[in-house]
Design a protein around this ligand. Structure first.
Ligand code: PMP
Length: 401
C-alpha cells in the first residue's frame, strides 16, 4: 500500500536547522532560519509575553472551550486596527474585519482558498524571489496559474522596478498580486513610497487584486505605522484587499501560530456573507483556531501600558538588527573584501540578500560551519558582537578564494 510513496525533498531552512544543531563545532553560526536571536545568539521570549503567560496561567476563569470558528473577536479587531490604524475610515465604516488564523501561513492559505473558491480567481503573481512557501500555499489553495513578477536586480542589488511594472501591466484582470507589506523576504528591499504609488496606479488600471503579506510589522523598522504604510495607502485609494498578518516575529510567538487575515471591502453589506463563507473554509480545514497566543496578543494590543512595553521590545529587536547590519558591513569594508557591501545596511528587516553565490554559501557551511540559505540570504539576527568578525572573515575568504 505505502511502498509507492516517494521520498519528498527536504525543506531547506528546516534541514539547515537540523544540520546546525547536529554540528559540534564550537564557533558554528546559524544564519538560516528567520527567527530573532539576542546578542548572545539565544532565542528571546519577549518579557511582555512571559508576563502575559503567567497572568493567563493564573486566571482560572479562562477555560479551554472552543473559540468561535473565526477566532477571538477582540484579537481580530485589535489586529485590524494595528494594520489599518486606529482612526481608519474603513474600520469606522464597518468595511474591514479580521479572521484569526494559524499565523501568517494560515492567513495566506485561508485567504487564497476563499479567493479561488468564491471569486474563481486562479492566477497569482509572486515576486522573484519570494518567501519559498508562497507558491505552495497558493497552489494548494486551488490556484492553477502561478506567475512571477520581476523584483530583484542582482546588478544593482535593488528592485528591478521597470521589470516589476512591466509584468504587472501584462497581468490578466483579477490576477492576485502577492505583495510583501514591508521587509521583503528574502531581499530586504522594499519599494519606495513613490514606487508604491506607481504600483497602485497600474494595479488599479489593470484591475489586479492585492494580497498583502505582513509578517514583520513593527519588527522591520520599530515603527508599527511606518511598516503598515503600503497597506494603508492601498486602502486609502479604495482598493479591496486581503492581508495576512503574522505575530511570529513581532511577538516572538513562532510556534503558537498566531495570525490574522484582514479583509478590507468597499461595501459593509458584504461582510456577513463573506464571514459565513470564511467560516466554512476554516471549518473544513482545522475547524477553529488555538486560543493561547491570541489571548496574549489581544491583551497586549488593547492595553495602553502593555502596548507601550511591547513597542519598546520591537524597537530593541529592530535596533539590534540594524546595528548588526552596520557591524557586518564595516568588518567587510575593513577587510577590503572585494565588492560593495552597502546593500547590507540599505536592506531592512530580518534578512540580507548578500549576493553570495551558491558555491560561496556551500563553502561557508563546509569550511566555517556558518549556515545560510544557498540563495545567499542570511538572517541578520544570527550575528552578534561575538561572531560578526568571524563571519566577516569567512565571507572575505569565500569571496576572495
Ligand atoms: N510570509 C513571509 C514573507 C514570511 O517571511 C513568513 C515567515 N517566515 C511568513 C509569511 C509566515 O510565517 P508564519 O506562518 O510563521 O507566521
Amino acid at each position: 500500500r505505502f511502498q509507492g510513496v516517494e521520498q519528498g525533498p527536504p525543506i531547506e531552512v528546516f534541514l539547515l536547522n537540523r544540520l546546525f544543531t547536529e554540528d559540534t563545532f564550537q564557533n558554528k553560526v546559524n544564519l538560516g532560519v528567520g527567527a530573532y536571536r539576542d546578542e548572545n545568539g539565544k532565542p528571546w521570549v519577549l518579557p511582555i509575553v512571559r508576563k502575559m503567560e503567567k497572568q493567563l496561567a493564573a486566571d482560572e476563569t479562562l477555560l479551554h472551550e472552543y473559540l468561535p470558528v473565526l477566532g477571538l473577536e477582540q484579537f481580530c479587531n485589535a489586529s485590524v486596527a494595528m494594520l489599518l490604524g486606529e482612526d481608519s475610515p474603513a474600520i469606522a465604516a464597518g468595511k474591514a474585519f479580521g479572521v484569526q488564523v494559524l499565523s501568517g501561513t494560515g492567513g495566506l492559505r485561508v485567504g487564497a482558498e476563499f479567493l479561488n473558491k468564491h471569486l474563481k480567481y486562479d492566477t497569482f503573481y509572486y515576486s522573484t524571489p519570494t518567501w519559498e512557501n508562497h507558491h505552495l500555499v497558493f497552489v494548494n489553495s486551488g490556484f492553477t496559474k502561478p506567475r512571477s513578477y520581476r523584483y530583484w536586480d542582482p546588478k544593482t542589488r535593488g528592485i528591478d522596478f521597470d521589470g516589476f511594472i512591466e509584468d504587472l501591466k501584462s497581468a490578466p484582470e483579477n490576477a492576485v498580486i502577492l505583495l510583501h507589506a514591508c521587509a521583503h523576504n528574502p531581499t530586504g528591499i522594499d519599494p519606495t513610497r513613490e514606487q508604491w504609488v506607481k504600483i497602485a496606479d497600474v494595479m488599479e488600471e489593470r484591475k489586479l487584486f492585492p494580497f498583502f503579506d505582513s509578517a514583520y510589522q513593527g519588527f522591520a523598522s520599530g515603527d508599527l505605522d511606518g511598516d503598515a504604510w503600503a497597506v494603508r495607502y492601498f486602502v486609502s485609494r479604495g482598493f479591496e484587499l486581503l492581508c495576512a498578518q503574522s505575530y511570529a516575529k513581532n511577538f516572538g510567538l513562532y510556534n503558537e501560530r498566531v495570525g490574522n487575515l484582514a479583509v478590507v471591502l468597499n461595501e459593509s453589506a458584504h461582510v456577513a456573507r463573506i464571514k459565513s463563507q470564511m467560516t466554512w473554509i476554516v471549518r473544513g480545514m482545522y475547524s477553529n483556531p488555538p486560543a493561547h497566543g491570541a489571548h496574549v496578543v489581544a491583551t497586549v494590543l488593547t492595553n495602553k501600558q502593555l502596548f507601550d512595553e511591547w513597542r519598546d521590545h520591537i524597537k530593541l529587536m529592530s535596533t539590534r538588527v540594524m546595528q548588526m547590519r552596520e557591524a557586518l558591513r564595516s568588518e567587510l569594508v575593513k577587510l577590503g573584501t572585494p565588492g560593495n557591501w552597502d546593500h547590507i545596511v540599505k536592506q531592512i528587516g530580518l534578512f540580507s540578500y548578500t549576493g553570495l553565490n551558491q558555491r560561496q554559501c556551500e563553502y561557508l557551511i563546509q569550511e566555517y560551519h556558518i549556515y545560510l540559505l544557498k540563495s545567499g540570504r542570511i538572517n541578520i539576527c544570527g550575528l552578534n558582537p561575538g561572531n560578526v568578525q568571524y563571519v566577516a572573515k569567512a565571507i572575505n575568504d569565500a569571496v576572495t578564494k
